[in-house]
Design a protein around this ligand. Structure first.
Ligand SMILES: Cc1cc2nc3c(=O)[nH]c(=O)nc-3n(C[C@H](O)[C@H](O)[C@H](O)COP(=O)(O)OP(=O)(O)OC[C@H]3O[C@@H](n4cnc5c(N)ncnc54)[C@H](O)[C@@H]3O)c2cc1C
Length: 376
């Protein structure tokens, strides 16, 4: 009996989040055959990261996804309301934004839409499949070892796009390392508001001594409340315990008022690492990293999904033109601009100069330039 030949793909995209799905979709739409999209999950689990700013609207139009997106019933977000830098409430209103309003997503549903669109365009989607290991093929490209619950297989890809998010699984197998890591942690709980509870349609932010609170109403009418701090503060204050987390909530006057009589859906604090970083090497011969595999932005910016979609589009175009270095340089340049923005946000808050959280974040930014407030 002869062994069957190793399946061969022009491009394998590792990770079916926004970056990977949009890259596979764009490649397939450009007419590229044999595009493989490999996704470890199956889009049924709750996913954090739901604020989509107005700048996503033109991207969804460009991709021809606006009608399907609107059908999904995500919740409009009309701006943000923040207590940052002072106890006074500040508004950032989407009313005057020429790009329209933003969105609070059902994130799992949104991710599923993007992957399904890539599949419809002709990419092969393998869900519940994980990239375990990889090795350069002598003839160019890579051999990828894939795993499901019940089997292992090998494919050959002429080019690999690492869109595996914070795991950066393929790029790290090529020797890339994470730099500039800022170990932020997100501690989340979901609440059921009372039936007559008014839904503001705004994103809520409140800075407090040990970090900052973020809240959004999700499309299923639940209220998502999250607390962001650094790993050392979370450990010192034992904030991963529901009773400690709820005490911290009670001490944040504006977020506690927003939560009102809402009841937790479960007495469990969900914990998500939310580090910022960039890879030291974003591309190599026959591969590139995009989205959070390449670099991750602090969730305070709400720019991660837009960055992932933009990277996916640009990477597909540059793969076509064999110009991945240009795409990687663009990602690195955007990251430098992001650092300036992040440092500016965190340095606006000067009420707790001795609190370890703010000291660490502001210390981290000492070597980085800040934006002039007037240029924001
Ligand atoms: C707590 C938190 C809150 C956030 N909030 C926001 C927000 O409100 N707005 C915003 O714009 N951004 C937010 N972000 C950032 C945003 O979620 C990311 O920037 C965005 O998801 C990046 O998309 P991506 O496709 O690059 O990676 P991901 O969305 O992480 O997708 C990577 C995919 O790769 C898959 N994968 C991983 N390893 C493998 C493997 N070995 N084999 C196969 N598949 C694999 C994963 O299952 C996943 O589906 C937040 C991030 C965090 C951590």
């Amino acid at each position: 009996m002869t062994a069957s030949p190793t399946p061969r793909y022009r491009v394998a995209v590792v990770g079916g989040g926004p970056a990977g799905s949009v890259c596979a979709l764009t490649l397939a739409r450009q007419g590229m055959q044999a595009v493989l999209l490999i996704e470890a999950g199956d889009y049924t689990q709750f996913r954090i990261g739901e604020s989509l700013p107005p700048s996503a609207n033109p991207l969804l139009h460009e991709l021809g996804l606006a009608p399907a997106f609107l059908e999904q019933g995500h919740a409009p977000c009309h701006g943000s309301c923040s207590y940052w830098g002072s106890a006074q409430r500040g508004y950032n209103d989407a009313l005057m934004d020429p790009l329209g309003h933003g969105w609070h997503l059902d994130r799992a549903r949104f991710n599923r839409l993007l992957a399904a669109q890539a599949q419809q365009a002709g990419a092969e989607l393998r869900m519940l499949t994980t990239l375990a290991s990889s090795a350069p093929a002598g003839s160019g490209g890579f051999y990828l070892q894939l795993e499901t619950d019940h089997q292992q297989s090998t494919v050959h890809a002429d080019f690999v796009v690492d869109a595996s998010g914070a795991r950066a699984v393929f790029a790290r197998q090529r020797g890339s390392r994470k730099l500039d890591t800022l170990p932020l942690v997100c501690l989340a709980m979901r609440f059921a508001p009372p039936a007559d509870f008014p839904q503001s349609g705004l994103t809520h932010l409140e800075a407090v001594e040990h970090g900052w609170w973020y809240a959004a109403h999700l499309p299923d009418a639940s209220l998502l409340l999250t607390f962001y701090s650094d790993a050392a503060t979370v450990k010192a204050l034992r904030l991963q315990h529901p009773e400690r987390w709820l005490s911290a909530l009670a001490a944040a006057p504006n977020t506690a008022r927003l939560a009102g009589d809402s009841a937790p859906l479960a007495m469990e604090v969900l914990s998500f690492p939310a580090p910022s970083y960039r890879l030291d090497r974003l591309h190599g011969a026959d591969w590139i990293a995009i989205g959070d595999a390449a670099c991750a932005y602090d969730p305070i910016t709400s720019q991660g999904i837009v960055k992932a979609i933009s990277n996916g589009i640009t990477a597909a175009q540059t793969i076509h033109e064999r110009a991945s270095a240009a795409c990687a340089n663009g990602i690195a340049e955007d990251y430098r601009r992001y650092l300036v923005m992040r440092n500016t946000y965190y340095n606006w808050e000067q009420r707790w100069p001795n609190a370890p959280f703010w000291r660490r974040l502001q210390q981290n930014s000492l070597d980085q330039p800040m934006m002039q407030l007037s240029s924001l």
